[in-house]
Design a protein around this ligand. Structure first.
Ligand code: GLC
Length: 409
């Protein structure tokens, strides 16, 4: 049994869909979207609460904007979504009896979380709620650290709001907590919070950002697998901001997203890729375009990502990298060298080579040098062309720094 009273088999049962999902959409949407200068704008520019609060009245997002996101997510090959129900700014995108600083009582005039949940379900996607424990608006949000009465009120507020989120929207698949500043997990009464969530939502999976490990790790802005088979999900921005920030224009391209998908698959994790919609709810144009390109690529190469998560020691190559399913290796070649592709260090006899979903490829193996010949001169798929290899024995690629050619396989 782990600290939360969940036995490992139960955790694996709850995680099964998530382990297979691979790709999800993160949505950062809130009052800050109106400024368009990052979701930390209130803190970074020291905007007084009274001034920031005015944004709650001026926010008029268009009806059912979430339907566009959900359709796009499905077309992109994503299988779940996680939306900010309350970010650090403290504005609740849902109806709550614990504060009037919420979407129903302010500018939007309706429950944006309800719209989101309905939209995700309509596209057959799993539903996740992001919730920031840290709160820059709540009067006890900082004071709770030094004043016991304030801590009591703030913890009751937090548990109360999370209870509403877990009660009012049917089945929720993921609870994605964020920033637990300024309290420790004990001061948050995080074990009780989590026990309550699990009682209300027995199948839910919970991330590690209350400060308790729970079901999965959340590497941010880098793709580094968790150790020991523990589930993880890398969250990444499309540019360098989570919230809508039109001045931040360094967008990732489809090539980069496809490479990230290959990397998370090779490490047995997921990719939660963020979009920051405009205040009206429109998806920034570069995100929409790139996600559709990625979706098309996944249509063709999906099995080399969704179902290819077996571990394999491998070395860096400038031409690409592997994912693996059993004795089948998928070399994702994203810098195409022309008619011939050589891969060094593979310690396994290759039985068969082909372009994924296409014709067989001629190959020769000399020691640990594999050469594939007769390939098209131009990259069949510039995002990544996958070459499928069926091999003998436990797959591994070992190169080291020297120039030794292994004669015997
Ligand atoms: C960080 C940031 C936050 C963002 C989150 C996503 O914690 O504070 O703005 O929502 O990462 O992982």
């Amino acid at each position: 049994m782990s600290a939360n009273g969940q036995s490992p088999p139960d955790q694996e049962r709850r995680l099964a869909w998530f382990r297979a999902a691979r790709f999800g959409m993160f949505i950062h949407w809130g009052l800050y979207s109106q400024f368009g200068r990052h979701e930390w704008v209130m803190n970074r520019e020291r905007i007084p609460v009274a001034e920031y609060e005015k944004l709650a009245q001026t926010w008029k997002p268009r009806l059912n904007a979430a339907r566009t996101w959900a359709r796009l997510a499905r077309q992109a090959g994503m299988r779940y979504m996680v939306m900010t129900t309350k970010h650090h700014e403290g504005f609740c995108l849902f109806d709550t009896r614990h504060t009037d600083y919420n979407a129903v009582k302010c500018g939007p005039g309706r429950d944006l979380v309800a719209e989101y949940v309905e939209a995700a379900r309509a596209e057959g996607l799993r539903v996740g709620f992001y919730y920031s424990l840290m709160d820059w608006h709540h009067p006890d949000g900082a004071r709770c650290k030094v004043d016991e009465a304030a801590r009591r009120r703030f913890v009751d507020f937090t548990h109360g709001v999370v209870r509403e989120l877990c009660t009012n929207y049917g089945r929720i698949d993921i609870l994605w907590f964020d920033v637990n500043w300024p309290l420790t997990p004990e001061e948050w009464e995080a074990p009780q919070l989590i026990a309550m969530v699990r009682e209300l939502q027995p199948d839910i999976i919970i991330n590690n950002r209350t400060g308790l490990p729970e079901d999965f790790g959340t590497p941010e802005q880098h793709i580094i697998p968790e150790k020991g088979g523990r589930m993880w999900e890398a969250c990444m921005t499309f540019n360098e901001s989570w919230g809508y920030t039109p001045i931040d224009t360094r967008w990732k391209d489809a090539w980069t997203v496809v490479a990230m998908l290959r990397q998370v698959a090779a490490g047995g994790g997921n990719l939660l890729l963020n979009i920051g919609p405009t205040p009206q709810g429109d998806v920034p144009e570069p995100c929409g375009k790139v996600l559709l390109e990625v979706g098309e690529w996944l249509q063709r190469y999906g099995p080399t990502v969704y179902e290819a998560t077996d571990p394999m020691p491998q070395e860096w190559m400038i031409t690409g990298a592997f994912t693996r399913r059993g004795d089948t290796l998928y070399f994702h070649c994203n810098r195409w060298p022309g008619n011939e592709l050589a891969i060094g260090g593979l310690r396994n006899r290759v039985l068969e080579a082909r372009l994924f979903g296409g014709p067989a490829v001629e190959f020769a193996q000399t020691g640990d040098r594999l050469v594939l010949r007769g390939l098209p001169q131009a990259a069949p798929d510039p995002l990544a062309t996958v070459i499928e290899l069926r091999v003998e024995g436990e797959p591994q690629q070992v190169l080291g720094a020297g120039c030794v050619l292994l004669d015997e396989l």
